[in-house]
Structures are given as C-alpha cells and as structure tokens.
Design a protein around this ligand. Sequence first.
Ligand code: PRP
Ligand code: URA
Length: 209
Amino acid sequence: MQGVNVVDHPLVQHKLTIMRDKETSTGSFRRLLREISLLLCYEVTRDLEVTTRVIETPVQEMKAPTLEGKKLVFASVLRAGNGLLDGMLDLVPSARVAHVGLYRDHETLEAVEYFFKAPSDLEDRLVIVVDPMLATANSAVAAVQKLKDRGATNLRFLCLLAAPEGVERFRNAHPDVPVFTASIDEKLNEKGYIVPGLGDAGDRLYGTK
Ligand code: PRP
Ligand code: URA
C-alpha cells in the first residue's frame, strides 16, 4: 500500500517474535523494544536531507555531510510510545520531544486525551510520531490531528505492529503521513486487539497487568 513501509529486516523480525511470545518477561520485552527502536529509527530517518560543512580531519580539510534543517521532533504517544522513544533518542540525541497522553477507552475504543506538551515551533520541523501499536488507529489519528492543530505539517508515524484495519483508517484520515511498521498483522479481534499481535503493549512494557 502506498505510504506504508514494512521494515522486514531479519533482526527486527527475530526480536519481534520474542516480544510476541507471552512467556517473554517484562524486562526482556522492554529491552527488545528499545533494541528494535534503534533499527526502526534507522529506517524512518533513511531519507533525511543532508548538507555539507567544512571540517578539518587530522589529515586534511574536507566537506563532510551533516543533517540539514531544524532538529527532529519525536512525539511519543503515552504510555507505550516511551518504549520506542528511549532508543530513538539514543540515535538522535538532539531531537526535541513531544508527549501526547492518550488512552483507549476499553468500552468504546475511542482515544481519550489526558496530556499534551510539544515544542512551540512544530511547523518548522519533521515530527515522527511513535507508538508501538496501530490497532483501530483511533489513538494515532487523534495524536496526529492534535499535532497538526498545533502547527505540524511534516509528519511520519512509526509503530511496531499494525492491524490492516488501522492502517487503512489512518491512511484515509491522514494520507499525507507515511506509516512505518515492523508488521501488518492479520486482523483486529472483537475487543480491538491486534491478532496475533503481542497483547497490551503498555501493560507488557511496564508490568501493569
Ligand atoms: C495502546 C497503544 C496505542 C493504542 C492503540 O495504548 O499504545 O496508543 O492502544 O490502539 P488504537 O489504535 O485502537 O487506538 P493504550 O490505550 O492501551 O494506553 P497505554 O499506552 O497507556 O497502555
Ligand atoms: N493496544 C495494544 O496495546 N495492543 C493491541 O493489540 C491493541 C491496542
């Protein structure tokens, strides 16, 4: 599907399989998500524009590549987005961070906002929204809409797992925002969980169930 990028790197797929396993501990789940986030970050930033600047190596002067433009913004959809955020900040330590607090109402599956804080100049920056799960896409659609309402015009959405229904809904709502994911699973179940999925990402990440 146009605008949807599935990161099928063997290391990503191997780590994802361990994360899906219900026997995997909270500690391992958290560590694996952090490791995968480095690899996903590499893919979602692959086409960033570079310019050159003159530096002096110990041997001679050279024009060397450097990232162009303003610092990136990573927008974490709380809570589970923070499991991706930490590793991404290891790779891009200068990135600015936005936090979008949303939870899914278990009855209606609607996203309920409880927190929002972002840099004030979103219009000048590439905003990469991170959340491990794209299920109904209610949360992702709301998070991106909120960031657009606050000025963001250049966005990407990065997740670990997506449901086909969620990808379709997200792309219809925000056709200008490309999606990066490690897998598009089979379907959503009647409770809005991704099948086969990995369960509740936030609970597995923080041991809250
Ligand atoms: C999970 C997940 C997404 C959302 C995806 O968060 O991290 O934000 O569900 O579902 P959707 O596509 O159907 O909206 P949850 O609401 O469980 O909150 P948490 O991260 O605090 O656990
Ligand atoms: N949120 C999760 O954490 N897991 C799902 O499968 C769906 C939504």
